[in-house]
Design a binder for this molecule. Structure first.
Ligand SMILES: [Zn+2]
Length: 296
């Protein structure tokens, strides 16, 4: 088949099958992008575990290999260690995971990387895409935001990266929560109570000692008052991270009550929050709630 015929076949296939993007078995397909091998896990492993428990297909992608985020190790050995850690975490959550081989601290919003992100979304045939906002302290996080936003319309274009099939319709794109205020603060569209999946999230964090337990891990060195004892240190860092999920629930308590009703909404201890991106599909709040497991 020559290139023209192949492209035509892709275009016709896209036209014939234009329909709700959910796969034939009714299961959703979700892809989450993070800059480093811990970002998706910190921001979305609770909701990922809830989706996976219902048979939906979730994939985490780290766009860099995390090869400098440590004070004692670096390069290939650290990148391999971190890949193994997120793989352990993914097995526990019941999801897929992939780490791209780009150096930590060096992710750029290039055309090549835009195509890579578009291909990942198309190969996964994602209904939902989660990612960082482009307002963030870390350039890699910001560039994930730019790359996914720039891929948002292109994933449905038959002739962009035509070696992968376009998504059947434009996915829903949602940002992770963060606390940055400028130029725009995060505004939660959905706040998901994750208590039911919380243990799986903590187990995932425990599976990443290069991030959250080593004496010379990033958190081990940068958090205040970290204990010397190895066991105490891991427990202490986990408590700090748990507290962040408590803070999300408390900060957006009013939204939890709106979404779940007063009885349930007031009770959640832990939450993850997401803001609908203005690019991609624009479902109503009711349509959006149907895409998330806990609102049923
Ligand atoms: Zn990160």
């Amino acid at each position: 088949m020559n290139r023209f015929v192949a492209l035509l076949a892709v275009a016709l296939a896209a036209g014939v099958h234009y329909a709700p993007a959910q796969s034939a078995d009714g299961k959703l397909r979700i892809i989450a992008f993070g800059a480093h091998p811990d970002d998706c896990e910190l921001k979305a492993s609770g909701v990922a575990a809830l989706w996976a428990a219902q048979g939906h297909k979730v994939k985490f992608v780290s766009l860099t290999n995390g090869d400098i985020g440590h004070f004692e190790e670096a390069g290939a050995p650290l990148a391999l260690r971190r890949k193994a850690e997120v793989e352990t975490c993914a097995r526990g959550l019941g999801i897929a995971t992939e780490v791209m081989d780009i150096h930590d601290g060096e992710l750029m919003p290039t055309l090549e990387n835009r195509k890579m992100v578009a291909r990942l979304i198309r190969e996964w045939q994602a209904d939902i895409v989660l990612f960082h906002r482009p307002y963030d302290y870390h350039a890699d996080h910001r560039n994930v935001g730019v790359l996914v936003q720039d891929a948002a319309v292109l994933v449905a274009a038959a002739f962009f990266t035509p070696d992968t099939p376009p998504t059947k319709k434009n996915p829903v794109f949602l940002y992770y929560s963060d606390n940055f205020q400028k130029p725009y603060p995060f505004e939660p569209t959905l706040v998901v109570g994750i208590d039911e999946a919380a243990e799986k999230k903590w187990e995932c964090i425990r599976a990443m000692p290069s991030q959250f337990a080593d004496k010379n891990s990033w958190q081990g060195r940068t958090l205040p008052n970290v204990p010397e004892d190895a066991g105490q240190r891991q427990a202490y860092i986990l408590e700090v991270l748990k507290k962040r999920n408590v803070d999300v629930a408390d900060k957006y308590r009013e939204r939890l009550v709106q979404l779940y009703g007063a009885d349930k909404g007031r009770k959640f201890r832990y939450a993850e929050a997401f803001e609908l991106c203005q690019y991609g599909s624009q479902p109503t709040l009711e349509e959006l709630k149907k895409l998330f497991p806990t609102f049923r």
